[in-house]
Design a binder for this molecule. Structure first.
Ligand code: ADP
Ligand code: MG
Length: 166
């Protein structure tokens, strides 16, 4: 299934991320796609805030993978594949260990680079610039499974309850 929403500014994108994070469970992986500056990291920071990740989320472009721990053994993983070209390079960072870890929530920017090798239900969120407004972005949620379809339905209901996004 596919679901789209327009974000009017960075704060809205963070807020949408925060609402989205309510459907996340440990073991989930979220793939984010879209050009540089489209809002992927802003969205992840919104998710992190609600999941009570203590530190400020930064773009991991140079380090490729940032790992935050929640209450000891739970993990919040933020990867950015921008600088990696081949699937071998991507698998070298050990991302699959986290994808299959039931105690990890994993976010992967430039996730389209790993999509062909993905054997799990996934959610892909595409971030697109809109020509009409410099501050506006279209967020397109694409689900590959019943598992994510159901979660997206809950997300849509939660979004409707949020007045500040109207
Ligand atoms: N609606 C919006 N949502 C997210 N970011 C926006 C929006 N409008 C403008 N921006 C700006 O675009 C940039 C997005 O940066 P970032 O989230 O790091 O993108 P990415 O991770 O996709 O490269 C920030 O400078 C932010 O202030
Ligand atoms: Mg980024």
């Amino acid at each position: 299934m596919q679901f789209e929403i327009v974000s009017q500014n960075p704060a809205s994108t963070g807020m949408i991320g925060s609402i989205f994070s309510r459907i996340l469970r440990f073991g989930d992986t979220v793939l984010l796609t879209g050009e540089l500056g489209a809002g992927k990291t802003t969205f992840i920071a919104g998710c992190a805030q609600r999941l009570k990740i203590g530190s400020q989320i930064s773009s991991p472009s140079f380090t490729i993978l940032n790992l935050y721990t929640i209450k000891g053994r739970r993990k919040f993983v933020h990867a950015d594949l921008y600088r990696l070209d081949s699937i071998d390079e991507i698998l070298n960072i050990g991302i699959q260990d986290y994808i299959y870890d039931k105690n990890a929530i994993v976010f992967i920017e430039w996730g389209d680079r790993i999509l062909d090798y993905f054997k799990m239900p996934y959610i892909e969120i595409g971030f697109e610039y809109l020509l009409s407004d410099e501050q506006a972005r279209k967020l397109v949620f694409r689900s590959s499974s019943r598992y994510w379809d159901n979660k997206i339905e809950i997300f849509k209901t939660n979004l409707k309850k949020c007045k500040s996004l109207e």
